[in-house]
Design a protein around this ligand. Structure first.
Ligand SMILES: *Cc1c(COP(=O)(O)O)cnc(C)c1O
Length: 824
């Protein structure tokens, strides 16, 4: 499906500069994701600090000729003589308008899904239920934002028979735009939970915003057992067809009579349209049962028979939401994406792989199953797969499955191998010879790709720290929202990124163009450089013995004393270095490190002016108490001192010296003191040090139950018989101890972890490598997962229990705990 550039111009009401003919098939908003340049229309979006207009020249060089802009480049008819610029007032609105017009071309049922949780699962399950006979076009992964929704709707094409799109909101007022783009015939509300509560004053307000999706919709689907939802829906005076479901109200459109759980399955008995039916679901958790009922209502409404529904429910697959990055055997890096095997999610995964900086000199390999997609002729489909691979720099492909094997000739990747199934691949020389490669493993669960991953990953200790990179980005944007677009940002990734792992965090931050990364010592900086990090790096505690390393690796030291300054200048002169950037630290009240902003200033300026080896790039100071209102007066005093000292320094040099003082809490509390740059630390990792609340959770420390004992009331647990029992108890042992960073003070019931969502207290003293927990009241078994901290159990609960701060708990997780990274 393509549009001519004339047509696009009309649809979005733009003023066109340029006359070249063009057909548009792809919409692009992130220049890094460019794939098919000739048919691409780039939307230069201005979002807070980033401005898409800055990437026009780069994209032009890479072959893009069509741009939607708010400002037309002055040299459009010389430099860009063969390009088209469509000038609009607001590029984001134009993108949304184009998607809206595109949507209106389709007279097929369109399902819009909103809710705090379960959107992606309901969407994917609906796809699994309907797709055997219907061609379903749906949002790839969880593309559900103001930008994601238009890009998803754009995927509707001549073959589409049903459209299923997610609508996600994070602020009041956003749903109106999404509703206009999706124009759902059927609007679905899944759950309303506390996720992303930050910008809403109450659950009810959030719910009100979500049901904006219901306005003017023919049919709505939701669960009326949720009191808030039911009240809000009633109050909007909805006139269309109401397909609410319920577990208690027989008059609901679908009434769930009973849910029987047996082993690993649930049987759901329901009444729909006056007729009884049932299906078996291969899951037993509450959320899955609810999501399945919501999905069932929509599928039945769209005409799926009860028999087909039952048949397909029984084989529903769990939805993998994440792209996982793991260390593999023999120097490989594995990117595991078992989300699905359709072409849109393949493109997203390939984009993710090609943007990671860790492939220098290592081959990029794709292991791909048959693509599961109805509608498109197979030779067209596999040609498309081949084009994507070539564009995204795949050097080796391993295709697994009869279909891809049959179309092997169409795949034009340099090195290629094909296998009928996973077993024959695993026993082949090709499998044996995988080494030093970045490997994307892409195939849905039904193809048995888990077996490949299992054999390729390094076996890890059962205790892992999961790191959600998508939430790092969300937190970054949360803090950026307090900052002016032009204010620069330093991200603090000292102490191995507050325990999260500096290398992966740095890659993510570099990809999101932060201005500076800051680590404590030179060695941390070297590790980043060796892993492909090219961003500016600041060293906060430079060692005198490591100056040469800093010069060699472009690591910019902080300078806080005359002794350090002299040594640095001497060493730089010896190495014949000039104008090496440094960062001057002033002590305004912490009394830790730094020059005195009044007394030291004349001499500091004098010494800096009488040498040319180093040059001040920035000057900064640090608040002692920006996280608490009680220090506001002192913070104001620090700021005055800093302004005075730094102004004198700045005035003494002709070049711009960046000034900065705000840390995470400061950015939020004193945005008016952001100056030229801010330094973001704890907030990036999801904790707001001002009120200990969670922004978006980044790290989850998990382990598993090793063994369970029934211990009688008169016995004790652990060393020194400290774990006295008062009743007959079930005690579970978990493989994590103080040597892993589980603070020993949490023992003896001072703290707890979560087992299957329930609190389990630490019993007795925590040992070096193992701890014991009380699971007497918890339904659990050996092998079950245990959460030490994470979304449901914030680190701050642990730090409060042992009278410390979240920083200490996070940075205390030892190196032997493997870090596993993923993206939603
Ligand atoms: C660690 C650090 C920060 C970050 O502080 P947060 O409270 O984690 O935001 C900022 N500036 C300096 C100098 C630091 O050492």
């Amino acid at each position: 499906m393509t549009y001519t550039i004339e047509k696009v111009t009309t649809l979005i009401g733009a003023h066109r500069f340029g006359t070249a003919d063009a057909n548009i098939g792809f919409l692009l908003t992130d220049s890094r994701s460019l794939c098919f340049a000739e048919e691409t229309l780039f939307f230069a979006l201005k979002s807070g600090r980033n401005d898409g207009h800055n990437y026009i020249y780069d994209l032009y060089r890479r072959g893009v000729r069509n741009f939607v802009v708010e400002d037309v480049p002055a040299d459009y008819n010389t430099t860009y003589a063969d390009a088209n610029f469509l000038k609009v007032e607001n590029s984001l609105v134009a993108l949304q308008r184009l998607a809206e017009r595109h949507r209106e071309e389709y007279d097929i049922p369109i399902v819009g899904i909103t809710g705090s949780n379960g959107k992606t699962i309901v969407k994917e399950w609906l796809y699994q239920l309907l797709s055997p006979e219907m061609n379903v076009t749906r949002s790839p992964r969880s593309y559900n934002s103001q930008i994601g929704v238009p890009l998803s709707v754009w995927l509707l094409n001549e073959q589409s028979q049903v459209g299923v799109f997610e609508a996600g909101i994070s602020e009041p007022g956003e749903m109106q735009a999404l509703r206009g783009i999706i124009q759902p015939d059927i609007a679905v509300l899944t759950f309303i939970g506390d996720a992303h509560q930050k910008n809403f004053s109450s659950l009810e307000e959030k719910c009100r915003e979500k049901v904006v999706l219901f306005h003017d919709t023919k049919t709505i689907v939701y669960c009326k057992d949720d009191e808030v939802v039911d009240r809000v829906v009633r109050s909007v005076g909805y006139k269309g067809e109401n397909l609410a479901w319920s577990m208690s109200d027989r008059s609901a459109a679908l009434f769930v009579e009973s849910v029987e759980r047996k082993g690993l399955t649930s049987t759901i008995h329901y009444i729909y349209n006056g007729e009884a039916g049932e299906y078996v679901l291969p899951f037993i958790d509450e959320a899955s049962v609810r999501n399945s009922v919501t999905t069932a209502v929509v599928a039945l409404y769209l005409g799926l028979s009860r028999e087909r529904l039952a048949e397909r429910m029984a084989s529903l697959e769990p939805v993998a939401m994440r792209l996982e990055v793991k260390k593999g055997q023999r120097g490989c890096t594995l990117i595991n994406d078992s989300y699905n095997s359709d072409i849109n999610s393949l493109d997203i995964a390939l984009d993710f792989m090609s943007r990671r900086p860790d492939h220098k000199g290592r081959k990029r390999t794709l292991i791909l199953s048959d693509i599961y997609q109805t509608g498109e002729p197979l030779d067209v489909l596999y040609k498309e797969v081949s084009d994507l691979c070539v564009q995204r720099g795949v050097e080796k492909i391993i295709g697994i499955g009869p279909q891809i094997m049959e179309h092997a000739d169409l795949i034009e990747v340099g090195e290629k191998y094909f296998f009928h199934d996973v077993t024959s691949f695993i026993h082949s020389k090709v499998f044996e010879s995988l080494s030093d490669e970045v490997i994307l493993i892409k195939g849905a669960r039904r193809f048995g790709f888990d077996n490949i991953t299992e054999l390729l990953v390094q076996k890890v200790h059962e205790t892992i720290l999961e790191v959600n990179l998508s939430n790092v980005v969300k937190n970054l944007n949360f803090y950026r929202s307090f900052m002016r677009p032009e204010t620069k940002l330093v991200c603090m990734i000292k102490a191995d990124a507050y325990g999260a792992g500096a290398v992966e965090i740095a890659k993510t931050l570099q990809d999101h163009r932060v201005d500076y990364l800051a680590v404590a010592v030179a060695d941390e900086g070297v590790t980043l450089r060796k892993n492909g990090i090219t961003s500016n790096i600041m060293i906060m505690n430079p060692e005198m013995s490591a100056f040469k390393t800093m010069f060699d690796y472009d690591l910019e030291p902080e300078v806080y004393s005359f002794r350090l300054l002299d040594a640095l200048v001497r060493e730089a002169q010896k190495e014949g270095i000039s104008n090496f950037p440094v960062h001057i630290k002033l002590d305004t009240g912490m009394h830790r490190l730094g020059f005195d902003p009044d007394k030291d200033m004349p001499e500091l300026i004098d010494r800096l002016q009488h040498q040319s080896a180093i040059v001040p790039r920035s000057v900064f100071s640090h608040f002692v108490g920006s996280d608490s209102d009680s220090f506001d007066e002192f913070s104001a005093h620090q700021f005055e001192l800093f302004k005075r000292g730094s102004s004198r320094l700045c005035a003494a040099f002709p070049h711009k010296i960046l000034r900065h003082i705000d840390n995470s809490a400061g950015i939020e509390h004193f945005p008016e003191r952001q100056l030229d740059m801010c330094r973001l630390g704890l907030g990036l990792y999801g904790y707001d040090s001002r009120d200990n609340s969670m922004i978006n959770n980044v790290t989850t420390l998990k382990t598993t139950i090793l063994q369970i004992h029934d211990v009688p009331a008169d016995e004790t647990v652990g060393y020194s018989r400290r774990g006295k029992l008062t009743r007959n108890s079930r005690i579970a042992a978990i493989p994590i101890g103080y040597a892993d960073g589980l603070n020993r003070h949490l023992g003896n019931r001072h703290g707890f972890c979560l087992v299957n969502g329930k609190k389990a207290e630490y019993v007795g003293n925590i040992c070096m490598d193992v701890a014991m927990i009380d699971v007497t009241d918890i339904d659990c078994a050996e092998g079950d997962q245990v959460v030490i901290f994470g979304e449901e159990l914030p680190v701050t609960t642990l730090s409060d229990a042992i009278d410390t701060i979240p920083y200490e708990v996070l940075t205390g997780i030892s190196n032997r705990v493997k870090r596993v990274y993923y993206q939603d």
